[in-house]
Design a protein around this ligand. Structure first.
Ligand code: 2BA
Length: 109
């Protein structure tokens, strides 16, 4: 069994959860905040059989898209520091950042 952790943009979560449910895949949605932009995103936890992993990755790939976003100015950045690296800067936020790891045991009581 594998655990898929996918950090996705809030705008894509509704459609993504629908598609996973259509396939009978279970997911847990956790509200999260990106460390760089300090804005909300969503972390999905999907525990699934090894044979289903590629299917989940395909669904994420076809549902989530990258978007441009402006970073906010970090607090305390004034004077020289702000002049060297001017803010805001535009960044491309990925459609999804995905981690997959092996699960030793899954227990449901
Ligand atoms: P954030 O940390 O808010 O990052 C949003 C976007 O800002 C990133 O998109 C990237 O394009 C840019 N960015 C991040 N750190 C940067 C830096 N030090 N300098 C310049 N630009 C930077 P993504 O890479 O697609 O990441 C989207 C979100 O996924 C991240 O939100 C974070 O919540 C999560 N994430 C990405 N990589 C991760 C990792 N290795 N571990 C844990 N979470 C990760």
């Amino acid at each position: 069994m594998k655990m898929i952790l996918a950090i996705v943009q809030d705008d894509d979560v509704g459609a993504l959860l629908e598609k996973l449910a259509e396939r009978g895949l279970r997911a847990t949605r956790v509200s999260s905040t990106g460390g760089f932009l300090r804005s909300g995103n969503t972390t999905l936890l999907v525990g699934t059989e090894d044979s289903q992993v590629q299917g989940v990755l395909d669904i994420i790939h076809s549902t989530c898209r990258a978007r441009q976003q402006l970073s906010t100015t970090p607090s305390g950045r004034e004077g020289l520091a702000a002049a060297i690296v001017p803010y805001p800067i535009q960044v491309e936020v990925g459609g999804a950042n995905i981690f997959v790891w092996h699960i030793e045991q899954y227990i449901r009581v």
